[in-house]
Design a protein around this ligand. Sequence first.
Ligand code: TRP
Length: 334
Amino acid sequence: MIDGKKILFSGMQSTGNLTIGNYLGALKNWLTLSDEYECFYSVVDMHSITIRQDPSELRKRARNLLTLYIAAGLDPKKNCIYYQSHVSGHAELAWILNCFTYIGELNRMTQFKDKATKHADNINAGLYTYPVLMAADILLYQSDVVPVGKDQLQHLEITRDIAQRFNAIYGDIFTIPEPYMGKAGANIRSLQNPEKKMSKSDENANASIYLMDDPDTIIRKFKRAVTDSEASVRYRDEQPGIKNLIEIYCACTGKTPEETEKEFDGKGYSEFKPAVGEAVVSVLKPVQDRFYELSKDKAYIDGIIKENAEKANYYATKTLRKVQKKIGFPERIR
Ligand code: TRP
């Protein structure tokens, strides 16, 4: 608890361009949580180097992502928006937790198996212990809740197991975090293949709507979205392409699938597809405008970075010192 509020932690990697899936499924939900919780929203750049990165590109993307958090509407005075690499406690706690994590547990992580297959030439130890760093992120701030997508649930499970194991030995040190699953738009699919999740790293640029796509590109991509030959706007599993478009439309307009079916009753896809595009543009355009505006104000962003790194460090160090003491590290002489 901080000031009587429960603590929330989440983070995003700055690799690849964010898609509307990341926005509607995560970022937009973060906004609604920031009143109820004391929030830490990290740009998890330490996680990014588990895959080879170009240094200047990594730095640029990290800054863009941090700016985007603010452009999306997160108030940096209320929410702690910071770079993971600016708080050394993440690495220090991760080392300690490594010693409380079994390789048998890590061997079961499906994301590791996927990434190891994709990056067979660089299966490094960091990729393997990625979930332990994630556990450190969460436990360092005594987080009560963690908004995550389905693909990260397994990592949250292992975080809870590590924390419970540690607490069983040393007493109540860590808060045991609960997952927080967003409601609307948590499950945006590829526009070219609705069987697949929309991804930052799809080779087909038409499959994903990027947060920074301009309006013309957005409309064009929706016009090209893969659908079916039913020619009716119905929300059902038999029409996965249309179902996905309806979900995107609903997430952007606040309408329900039933209302959407009614609105487009008797109308063809040539009317529905551009309408979805327009709905997305009207949500993204203001975020993009704010992003470009904020990007120009270097001093302001730098100030946020400095202030919030200090705030994060303060809370992180509190937990870290407690942990270090419990496990028997020598006291610091001041
Ligand atoms: N692994 C998460 C992802 O790729 C990002 C992440 C890192 C995270 N640390 C976290 C998410 C802590 C929630 C909490 O999406």
